[in-house]
Design a protein around this ligand. Structure first.
Ligand code: ATP
Length: 501
């Protein structure tokens, strides 16, 4: 730009305008300033708006819109929400609560526990039963038959008399939920009285579950619940007395070098337990998941018939539900891995425990044994390894009086391995298991029959004796256990759960 031009621009900018007589350069300056301020204002507006979009409330609104499409609130959270029940009304159970809540029969027959210790006034410490309100707990005034449609209400006095005042001499065992006493009722019936620990948490729940789950079922391989007692702070379950100890005692107790549990007896125990579980899983509606299948919960009678006991952890499972979500409970070594990890429970968890039980019965080993060398600590892993290495014969309990035939052993081991399949869906159902075990039973009996026939013809040839005596004796020896448990022909009808009764 030349000097002439600069002087010209200068003179032009210095000219006075019509806007308040301001000079041109002042007007231009003001205009530029306003535009700048406007740009700044707009920028600040944009920044504020974008910040607001990121605030929690806005996110929450978006989340809410999202949650209308997919359920994001977990059931577990709903489970721990407690609704305080209004007095004299049933507790409100939210629809989605996964743990089954069990009321004892109709509302008017509901049993109410008191915190008061025995000896408190009967009005305060009693179980109520609708129309019977106030009468239960007043010793001597009790109805004989309970209003649940089964069993009996026993008075505390009756049970104290039966158990020598719950004396130490009558204690026959102690479990996680209470002490078990031997008792003899006034009519001479021998009973086992389980005095539940007085904590209002699990023990009360256990009481209700046991009463509801076991009270109605009848099966020769399930310990029969005869009735119960609710008086003051006492909650007791009265069972039939099973007089030959537990399977755990016979398997792992001090029985000497030769176990009295022969192969036949062991098979009887396995098959009987399978039938009890088959009945619970497939013969009842809602089905019952036992949740604590293990050797110490299998009681034996004098003929070695097994009776599954301890329904304290049992869960009811309606047909429309494939599982219930629940606190993981059970016994270390027997709990199915998927249940341990997720708390999702169904009958397949019992099948897993049953598989462990079979392994325990065959091998005489406990599910987990830290006294064994590495690689043998975990029964399942060890057994899988042995079977995989074609050493099935070596897993058999060394205390077994006689080795089983190879076919029978392999078949029962196969059943056990299928039961502990890590994929719960692949585990067989109890009905199928019974079928497989009975096939095994028939197989063994067939081989025995052939052996007996051979023996009989030999003895006939050698000694020219009556060939009936030997086989008859042998038949009785082997036949008793099997037929007692399988109830002869009825158990061969594999299609009907009732045939397992
Ligand atoms: N009906 C019964 N007849 C005879 N003895 C029984 C009967 N019920 C239980 N017992 C004895 O009482 C013991 C304790 O039983 P309980 O069911 O309370 O506990 P558990 O099964 O050993 O342990 P947990 O309940 O902690 O799993 C059993 O081991 C058994 O010896």
């Amino acid at each position: 730009m030349s000097l002439y031009d600069a002087a010209f621009v200068n003179s032009e900018l210095s000219k006075t305008t019509s806007i308040f007589g301001l000079k041109l350069w002042v007007v231009i300056g003001i205009f530029v300033g306003v535009v700048f301020v406007l740009i700044l204002f707009l920028l600040s507006l944009c920044i504020t708006a974008s910040r607001r979009r990121n605030t929690p409330t806005h996110k929450a609104k978006l989340h809410h819109r999202h949650s209308e499409l997919t359920p994001v609130v977990s059931k577990e959270i709903q489970e721990i929400v407690h609704h305080d029940p209004a007095p004299d009304h049933r507790p409100i159970v939210p629809q989605a609560v996964p743990e089954i809540q069990i009321d004892m029969g109709k509302v008017e027959h509901r049993v109410v526990f008191s915190d008061k210790m025995p000896g408190a006034s009967s009005g305060e410490s009693r179980a109520t039963s609708g129309a019977e309100t106030g009468s239960i707990g007043n010793s001597g005034q009790l109805p004989e038959v309970s209003h649940l449609g089964w069993g009996r209400w026993y008075t505390l006095r009756e049970l104290e008399a039966a158990t020598n005042c719950l004396s130490d001499e009558n204690v026959i065992g102690e479990g996680g939920y209470g002490i078990v006493y031997h008792g003899i009722l006034a009519d001479g019936t021998r009973v086992a009285v389980k005095n539940l620990l007085n904590n209002r948490g699990q023990a009360e729940k256990e009481f209700k579950v046991e009463v509801e789950a076991i009270g109605r079922v009848r099966h020769k391989n399930l310990v029969r619940l005869l009735g119960y007692c609710v008086e003051g702070a006492y909650r007791m379950l009265v069972y039939e007395y099973v007089d030959n100890g537990t399977l755990e005692q016979w398997l792992h107790g001090d029985v000497g070098d030769i176990s009295p549990l022969t192969w036949d007896i062991r098979m009887t125990v396995i098959l009987g337990t399978a039938k009890a579980l088959g009945y619970l899983h497939e013969g009842l509606e809602p089905k019952v998941v036992h949740r604590d299948v293990k050797s110490s919960n299998i009681l034996l009678d004098r003929q070695w018939h097994p009776k599954l006991s301890d329904f304290g952890l049992a869960k009811l499972l309606n047909a429309e539900r494939s599982y219930v979500t629940t606190r993981v409970m059970g016994t270390f070594g027997y709990v199915a891995p998927e249940y341990a990890c997720t708390g999702m429970l169904n009958e397949k968890s019992d099948i897993y425990s049953f598989g462990i039980l079979i392994m325990e019965i065959i091998s005489g080993r406990t599910p987990v044994d830290y006294s064994r060398p590495q690689g043998e600590t975990n029964l399942v892993e060890w057994l899988k390894m042995m079977v995989g290495n074609r050493k099935s014969e070596e897993v058999v309990d060394p205390k077994l009086p006689e080795m089983p035939c190879s076919k029978a052993l392999k078949r029962v081991l196969l059943v056990a391995l299928r039961c502990v399949d890590p994929d719960a869906q692949k585990r067989p159902k109890m009905g199928h298991i019974i079928h497989m075990l009975e096939a095994d039973d028939l197989l063994v009996r067939d081989e025995r029959r052939i052996g007996r026939e051979r023996e009989s013809s030999n003895s006939h040839r050698d000694y020219k004796q009556d060939n009936q005596t030997g086989p008859k004796l042998a038949r009785k020896q082997y036949g008793d256990g099997a037929s007692d448990t399988s109830e002869g022909d009825s158990s061969r009808n594999h299609n009907l759960p009732t045939s397992w009764r």
